[in-house]
Design a binder for this molecule. Structure first.
Ligand SMILES: Cc1cc2nc3c(=O)[nH]c(=O)nc-3n(C[C@H](O)[C@H](O)[C@H](O)COP(=O)(O)OP(=O)(O)OC[C@H]3O[C@@H](n4cnc5c(N)ncnc54)[C@H](O)[C@@H]3O)c2cc1C
Length: 262
């Protein structure tokens, strides 16, 4: 989709977080063969909390518009956010954002949206994150925020991430995750690969299951705050299994990205 000048009129009376803002692409990073991160300058951005998302609206020259939700990957900051988008086959919006977009391009977004799937450093207790594919994006905002602010608020609470990717090349933020989980950080990252492993791989190589959640996760008696994000079937299976393992429903938050788990 070609994007024209997308600055639309702002409807009077709408609360600031509902207004469409113009985002300008400042930086494009290739994360994996199918995933790109876009650093966006968004004048007027009101700030956000880790876990929230935005609506993105693209407008074609003939006026046709398409709108999708994208999680915010960056820790809270003024006037800038980062989105990370996976290109889906024939995806109307993702093929633009993760394929064609260039530095300097503009499109509209509004937000931040969502007050439920949110983590702030003031929250007590360990954090247990489970991601599938691009479901890592809002969880990365949590980990970035935890690294940036957690230490300032005293001892960092333990954190665990179980992250399912198709292949090693498909692991988004691989190097940064390794860095965030360095000695003394209290974070452990466990990768599992579902569609093939590279030579010498000694990690997990299956879909997330009860044994993996029990052995690699934070046990229920530590009452971790749990955030699960990814394709709908993964999210539902993991949430159900964690309940079976004894985790409290009240501490489990889920975000579903899409209709399939293919
Ligand atoms: C709250 C929220 C946050 C999201 N955050 C992100 C994010 O940070 N990064 C990201 O890449 N995506 C994210 N998504 C998914 C995103 O909104 C779009 O659904 C996705 O980019 C596909 O849009 P599209 O226009 O490219 O595909 P479409 O043209 O709408 O669909 C193309 C094909 O892909 C299928 N499809 C659509 N969406 C998905 C999906 N998510 N998974 C698998 N198949 C799908 C459709 O059924 C269709 O067959 C988020 C979704 C939600 C609800």
């Amino acid at each position: 989709m070609t994007v024209t000048d997308t600055r639309g009129p702002i409807a009077p009376g709408l609360a600031p977080k509902k207004r469409w803002l113009t985002a300008t692409v400042r930086e494009v990073t290739i994360e994996t063969p199918r995933v790109r991160s876009l650093v966006l300058d968004v004048p007027g951005w009101p700030g956000h909390r880790a876990g929230q998302h935005v609506d993105v609206r693209l407008t074609a020259p003939d006026g046709y518009q398409a709108q999708r939700s994208y999680s915010i990957a960056s820790a809270p900051a003024a006037n800038t956010i980062t989105l990370t988008v996976e290109m889906l086959p024939d995806g109307e919006v993702s093929s633009y954002l993760a394929g064609e977009v260039q530095v300097g391009d503009k499109f509209e977004l509004r937000g931040p949206i969502g007050g439920y799937f949110v983590w702030t450093p003031e929250l007590e207790g360990p954090v247990f994150l489970v991601a599938g594919g691009s479901g890592i994006v809002p969880l990365m905002a949590i980990l970035r925020e935890r690294a940036a602010k957690g230490a300032l608020l005293g001892a960092m609470q333990p954190a665990r991430l179980i992250y399912s990717s198709r292949t090693y090349e498909d692991i988004i933020y691989r190097a940064e995750l390794e860095q965030l989980a360095g000695p003394g950080t209290g974070l452990a990252v466990v990768h599992t690969l579902t569609r093939g492993t590279p030579a010498g791989w000694t990690g997990l190589a299956r879909r997330i299951d009860a044994m993996m959640l029990a052995e690699a996760g934070i046990p229920p008696d530590q009452m971790p705050r749990i955030f699960i994000c990814g394709p709908t079937p993964l999210v539902e299976t993991v949430a159900f299994t964690l309940r079976e393992l004894g985790h409290s429903l009240k501490l489990i938050k889920t975000e579903r990205f899409g209709p399939t788990g293919k």
